[in-house]
Design a protein around this ligand. Sequence first.
Ligand SMILES: C[S@@+](CC[C@H](N)C(=O)[O-])C[C@H]1O[C@@H](n2cnc3c(N)ncnc32)[C@H](O)[C@@H]1O
Length: 279
Amino acid sequence: MKPPRSVAQALADASRHLKQAGIADPARDARILMAHALNVERSRLTLMQPEPMPPDAQARLDSMLAARSAHQPVAQITGERAFFGHRFCVTPAVLDPRPETETLVATALEGAFRTVLDLGTGSGCILLSLLSERHAASGIGSDLSESALEVARRNAERLGIGRAEFIQSDWFSNIKGRFDLIVSNPPYIAQAEMPALAKDVFEWEPHMALTPGPDGLKAYREIVAKAVSFLHRGGRLLVETGPRQAIRVSGLFRGAGFDDVRIVKDLDGRDRVVQGRLM
Ligand SMILES: C[S@@+](CC[C@H](N)C(=O)[O-])C[C@H]1O[C@@H](n2cnc3c(N)ncnc32)[C@H](O)[C@@H]1O
């Protein structure tokens, strides 16, 4: 009788399958999907390599390999993404949280705040990461997409954070009151640049999360101009930008009356966040 296939063999086959489908990092993705199929932490995979591959796990792996071969992002397939030390639920309704957005969270945490507004909250990853570090603070996450807000509410529940409220709003249209801190990672890819995006992004992530239309700066113009009416004196506005947009966005901040305007780089040394204070 043929010996059962081992986890190591199944993993090698999975990696080959993804390579043939043109996936950029097939070995890494195969390990993530294998761990998910076996329902174990990735760190345990090495120890498990000689063990026989259970048939039910192989069936789960096969269906995940088919999805990944169609370029569905790994986080959508596994249903979660690690961000700022927490696991966030991710569906096709929200942007898959990016590591560079952690720069926005870390910069926001350099100052004090009791109230925070996160515009275009998506999965809620920014707002919920901030509130998990500031136990006395509360906040609002808003989004135009009702299906994104459902995911954000689910994440708040999952992390046990009851100090977040989620509101459907076209930027500030349904927002009332003033805040110590306003943060946003708005869509910033110009429509004309969309077809150049990787298939994983263009075909699977919500276009509303990626592009504000023909002008990549459209959302910044609206957010920066109106934020002054929603901040307390001394309050801060922080936005994530594309690396080539930060200088123009800082100009918008100064034009709207913000002081202490500065650009913060991400871990790869690219301009990533613009911050300003309302004096
Ligand atoms: C780049 S995603 C950021 C999501 C999340 N904050 C993150 O950093 O992963 C931009 C978000 O803005 C939302 N959005 C787009 N246009 C909007 C508008 N006019 N008003 C409010 N939210 C909007 C999108 O639905 C999406 O969730």
